[in-house]
Each structure stands twice: as structure tokens, then as C-alpha cells.
Design a protein around this ligand. Structure first.
Ligand code: BEZ
Length: 217
């Protein structure tokens, strides 16, 4: 699926289901505060693609300041940030300028304009009972192959934890790098969990701790 947000209207099959974990992230081409971008251009890097309800709103502003401050930490993980709302490009530009004036923080990542809501619909970023065009706070973590690896949805009134999103990317990368999983609240350097055995022979070989084996403890 490919979506165009300027010129011709968005082409999104009405039966298209929003992506879930393991799906290919729908491609799109859109105008952003840093020029035209396609989702496909992020292949080879991790991407945190997140929607916000509206520009010039308090919770969204707090999130943008936090994402901007954490930008270098995401870059260190080969992970880019890409924001989206249904507001216009002009609004995005004015808002990020205002954030820089008010908080002294430059927004160093592109913000997609999606006035026709084609991308928001394709990614399931609109509330089911949508009474306005405001998207919910949806966050997609997309891997270098373009596959959705995690998604989080928050309501309009609750801000996300950027620290948790950073931790999520680190945990995904750690579980990709070795055949392990990460326990609750895991931070880099802490013990990880061996993946559970899949056969009764392997269960027997693992002993009493077969389903909970901490490594690096
Ligand atoms: C906010 O970002 O503050 C916000 C946006 C939409 C509805 C409610 C709050």
C-alpha cells in the first residue's frame, strides 16, 4: 500500500486494516517540515513514527520537547524520529518555531502534514468514534526492514513517556542481537531471559528453571 498526501488524494483501500506487530508498515509520501519524505526512505534504519492530536496543545508540546531532547539518544541507536498530525505544514512550522522560542529546544526531526488523514487512517491513528480529526497518540516502532515491531496508543489526555519509547527500541535491538527476551523494566546491561525451550527434551535439559532462566545475572 502506498499513500500520497499531496496532489492526488490519498489512495487507501477502505478495507485496509491498520498494521499490527509483524506487518509491513504502509508506505507513504508526504510533505514534512524538512521537505518531502517517504516511509520507504527509512529502510536500513530504525524509526519511531508517532502521531499527535494537534499542534499548539499542551500535552503534545511536552512530548515534542522530550522527543527533541532525546533525539541524539535515538540517533545513537540508528533510530530516526518522524512525527505526524493532521495539521497543515504551515501550522507545524509555526508550532516548532514557537517551541524553540518558548523552550529553547529545536525540533530536529520532520513533522508530516496529513490534512486528508490518509496516513492517519492507514495507520489506525484516528479514534474509532472519531468526532474530530485529532489523532490519538500512536507510536509505531518500525525496524530497518520496514516491519512494525511495536505499537503503543495513548489517549488525548495522557502524555507518553519518551524514556520508555527509548527503552523499547533498546530492548528490541537487544532481543534481535541475541536469542533472548528482556524482562519487565529491563535496562541495557541488566540480566536478560533465555527464550523458553520448545521441546520436552530441551525442557529436561534445562532443569527446574526451564521457563525462567536469567542470563548475565
Ligand atoms: C494536548 O496535547 O494537550 C491535547 C490535545 C488534544 C486534546 C487534549 C489535549
Amino acid at each position: 500500500m502506498s499513500i500520497e498526501t499531496s496532489g492526488t488524494p490519498a489512495v487507501v483501500p477502505s478495507t485496509a486494516c491498520p498494521p499490527i506487530i509483524g506487518d509491513a508498515a504502509p508506505n507513504f509520501r508526504a510533505r514534512t517540515t524538512m521537505g518531502a519524505r517517504t516511509l520507504a526512505a527509512y529502510r536500513g534504519r530504525w524509526l519511531v513514527f508517532f502521531s499527535h492530536p494537534a499542534d499548539f496543545t499542551p500535552v503534545c508540546t511536552s512530548e515534542f520537547v522530550a522527543f527533541a531532547r532525546a533525539h541524539e539518544a535515538f540517533q545513537a541507536l540508528d533510530c530516526d524520529l518522524l512525527a505526524l498530525s493532521v495539521d497543515s505544514l504551515t501550522s507545524h512550522l509555526a508550532w516548532q518555531h514557537s517551541i524553540e522560542q518558548r523552550f529553547g529546544v529545536r525540533v530536529p526531526f520532520p513533522i508530516v502534514e496529513d490534512p486528508a488523514m490518509g496516513i492517519a487512517r492507514a495507520y489506525g491513528m484516528l479514534p474509532a468514534e472519531a468526532t474530530s480529526s485529532a489523532t490519538v497518540r500512536t507510536t509505531f516502532v518500525i525496524d530497518p526492514e520496514g516491519i512494525v515491531r511495536a505499537l503503543i496508543a495513548y489517549p488525548l489526555t495522557v502524555g507518553r513517556s519518551v524514556a520508555e519509547i527509548l527503552r523499547l527500541v533498546k530492548a528490541l535491538q537487544a532481543s534481535d542481537a541475541a536469542d533472548i527476551s528482556t524482562p519487565e523494566g529491563w535496562q541495557p546491561g541488566e540480566p536478560v531471559l533465555a527464550n523458553p525451550p520448545l521441546t520436552s527434551d530441551e525442557v529436561g535439559a534445562c532443569g527446574a528453571d526451564w521457563y525462567y532462566r536469567l542470563e548475565g545475572a
